[in-house]
Design a protein around this ligand. Structure first.
Ligand SMILES: [Zn+2]
Length: 621
């Protein structure tokens, strides 16, 4: 039985390869990353071509980034040739990612040479942000290649090789054909698979096995050897994450899986999902510092969930044939929102955070969303529809502009769904059953199964009959007031505010060097008094203070976080306003805040009138 099934698999693989060979063009790409510490990468490509106009694209809509943010501005040194002779080219006047090359008669292949200039300073921009240091680099293939018009990314192959700095190790989900010195030759794969398979490399790189069937490992690059030595229990929690995710979904859709984790203070910090890996980046001490580890605890659970929810099951509008066709972001409340909820759940189930800490996290989420006057004009659906712009919105005015709230607000909404399922079935069914149906068996390699709004509603109805269509329509189109707290309340908890920050809340302000007076004065400050943001309708905004100003003094004394907190405390038993001396565009003015409510920090506390469903949800399976 075992032998024959193995034989069947081998035959299928041979057939597929020969079928591909006859019809699928192959681009050859050699990337030189030996100059990674200088933050410049060189690539040489051989691209099949026919005489006439050849249209080449630089990848524009990057999967998982939900926006046309391919870093074309960092493409340099572009030169085309055929049989040693240079070719003329011109950029398309209507699309800066499209290049036209004149291919002379008799030519069947052209050469392209290009450089990718990786940003040199710490900055955002997701995978296009800073990605290389003196000791490590992450290579995202979409940044160093071009592809010809006329092919789906599934229908054109790339044969890639990569040269690394001497002595650097690497990790990647991309299958390897051969290794020679510091040069890796990869197996020929589709353009889809290549772009989906980044390479992490560095002088200090640690491979931590998490599971053997299928192979699941962490490939961690850091700016120091010390950053790779957290307490043993950290590895145990990540092993448990893999186990708990398998139990949540009941199957998987990758051949093997690599957590590519970068620990550096000099690269952009974010997480980007792939079918068989994730490119996640946090500060250098992200594993060894207790506070930092807590603050980034939910990152890998979130990105790992994406292998099922986002890569395998994908909204139809995001399942585009190449990187040029625009994506439609309207279902990001499932793609990102459900992922965020399941990441939150798995963070507790795996032990990466304690249930207490995970509840702190939920309280912070609920409080932020409950102080969002912008929902008066922008509903949740519009935060998804406008995602290509909102991902790049500046920090200030968040309460009025709103941001990519389909992450945080849909954490609350999917909790609400989980609670409704449990209530309607007397605890016999849960959202885990939805995940089994929607994301589960059979186990496959990487593939995309697109879905629509109706598919989500229909699968929920398979778990338990309920008016899910009306539920989600209301969640997506209502204008509040206030956050959707039905899930928290239904799970036996309530959001309260007291005068002591939670462990996770205090960790966040300490790490970010901020002063949190958000839910008292409606004021988010830097440690130097600079106003990051104000909340519309709250005391600071009502008094006339706005983002970009700077608090110089509190009640006549030089500003500090402690001085402000003491003034808020003292005002509780006084009728005098809190006086803030504020600098604004070189002018000074005193603002009077008539506030006497004391400090306010959010927490979850038990509502003993209801069963404690949340604790049940966060328990390891
Ligand atoms: Zn995500």
């Amino acid at each position: 039985m075992k032998l024959s099934s193995l034989l069947g698999a081998v035959c299928a693989a041979i057939l597929t390869t020969s079928a591909l060979a006859a019809t699928t063009p192959t681009v050859t790409i050699s990337v030189d990353a030996t100059t990674a510490p200088r933050k410049i990468f060189h690539a040489s490509l051989k691209i099949p071509a026919a005489p006439g106009d050849l249209t080449l694209y630089y990848p524009k809509w990057i999967p998982g980034e939900h926006a046309p943010d391919g870093p074309v501005i960092d493409l340099a040194g572009l030169k085309f040739s055929a049989a040693g002779k240079p070719l003329k080219w011109r950029r398309d006047l209507l699309d800066g990612f499209t290049l036209h090359i004149d291919v002379p008669s008799g030519v069947t292949e052209i050469n392209a040479e290009l450089d990718f200039l990786s940003p040199a300073t710490f900055e955002g921009g997701f995978s296009a942000g800073s990605s290389a240091t003196d000791k490590l680099a992450i290579i995202s293939w979409n940044q160093v290649l071009l592809y010809p018009k006329g092919y789906k990314s599934d229908d054109i192959n790339y044969s890639a090789s990569l040269k690394l700095p001497d002595g650097w190790k690497f990790g990647t989900p991309l299958p390897i054909a051969s290794l020679s010195g510091n040069e890796i030759k990869f197996a020929t794969v589709s353009l889809t698979t290549l772009v989906d398979s980044p390479v992490i490399t560095g002088e200090f790189l640690k491979v931590v096995p998490l599971a053997s069937d299928p192979v699941t490992e962490m490939d961690i690059a850091a700016d120091s050897a010390a950053a790779l030595e957290p307490p043993q229990e950290t590895w145990d929690h990540y092993k448990s994450l893999v186990d708990q995710a398998q139990k949540l979904f009941g199957a998987h859709h990758y051949r093997d899986y690599h957590f590519l984790y970068t620990l550096s203070d000099h690269v952009a910090h974010f997480g980007l999902e792939h079918h068989e890996s994730d490119d996640s980046r946090v500060d250098e001490r992200g594993l060894i510092d207790d506070t930092s580890r807590k603050l980034s605890a939910s990152l890998l659970p979130h990105e790992y969930v994406h292998s099922w929810n986002g890569k395998f099951r994908r909204p139809a509008g995001l399942a585009t044939p190449d990187y040029e066709e625009p994506m439609k972001d309207d279902l990001l409340w499932v793609y990102e929102g459900l992922t965020n909820y399941l990441g939150f759940v798995l963070t507790a189930r795996s032990g990466l955070l304690t249930p207490d800490q995970d509840r702190d996290d939920l309280a912070l989420t609920a409080a932020a969303l409950d102080h969002l006057p912008g929902r008066e004009w922008r509903n949740l659906q519009d935060t998804a529809d406008a995602a290509p712009q909102l991902y790049f919105s500046p920090g200030p005015w968040q309460s009025w502009r709103r941001s990519t709230d389909f992450y945080a607000e849909d954490t609350l909404n999917w909790l609400w769904v989980d609670v409704i399922i449990r209530q309607q079935t007397q605890g016999k069914k849960t959202l885990d059953d939805f995940c089994h149906l929607f994301h589960g068996a059979p186990t496959t390699g990487p593939m995309v199964k697109p879905y629509t709004f109706d598919d989500v509603v229909n699968t929920l109805n398979q778990v338990v009959a309920y008016d899910w269509h009306a539920f989600w329509t209301d969640r997506l189109t209502n204008h509040g007031p206030g956050a959707p707290l039905g899930g928290i309340q239904g799970s036996g908890w309530k959001v309260v505010y007291d005068e002591t920050p939670s462990e996770l809340g205090a960790a966040g302000t300490g790490f970010n060097h901020t002063v949190d007076a958000m839910y008292s004065l409606g004021l988010d400050l830097r440690e130097d008094g600079g106003v990051n943001d104000t909340i519309e309708g709250m005391p600071a905004a009502k008094a006339g203070i706005g983002p970009g100003m700077k608090v110089i003094a509190v009640n006549g004394r030089h500003f500090s976080g402690d001085i402000l907190r003491e003034a808020i405390k003292a005002a509780k038993t006084s009728t005098s306003p809190i006086e803030l001396l504020v600098e604004n565009t070189d002018y000074y003015k005193t603002y009077k805040l008539d506030y006497h409510g004391g400090e306010k920090y959010p927490h979850l506390v038990r509502d003993e009138s209801k069963p404690d469903m949340l604790t049940e949800i966060l328990k390891a399976k």
